[in-house]
Write a protein that binds this ligand. Structure first.
Ligand code: ZN
Length: 118
């Protein structure tokens, strides 16, 4: 699921993987949503991922500041689930909401397409 979060971020946001803060944010989100651990462990996992993918030692020195700057905001961003899907119950609720919203979207599209003009 970790990589799916990166894919979701890439599809829904204008992520520039060459910008450290963007990379830090998606790593925080992936660690938070995919690994279901504590807030502290989420920070540690995100930091470890950043050190693993960034080989430039100068940029590596900027990781702690970048992570500190984006962490709280990105940790609170729970899309596309709206919650941390860490238990069977929260995963089920996220799935049920997905089905509900998908059906609602279809209804809205049908209304728009089939609606008669005034
Ligand atoms: Zn990652």
């Amino acid at each position: 699921m970790h990589e799916l979060i990166h894919m979701y971020d890439n599809c829904t946001a204008s992520i520039d993987f060459n910008r450290l803060k963007h990379l830090a944010c998606t790593e925080v989100r992936a660690a938070n949503l995919a690994h279901c651990t504590t807030k502290g462990d989420t920070r540690n996992r995100a930091r470890a991922s950043l050190y693993a993918v960034i080989n430039d030692s100068l940029t590596q020195k900027e990781i702690p500041d970048a992570l500190a700057e984006v962490f709280d905001r990105c940790y609170q961003d729970l899309e596309p689930f709206g919650r941390r899907p860490c238990t069977r119950e929260t995963s089920q609720r996220a799935y049920e909401e997905f089905i509900y919203l998908r059906n609602l979207k279809k209804k809205c599209e049908n209304v728009r397409v089939g609606a008669e003009p005034y």
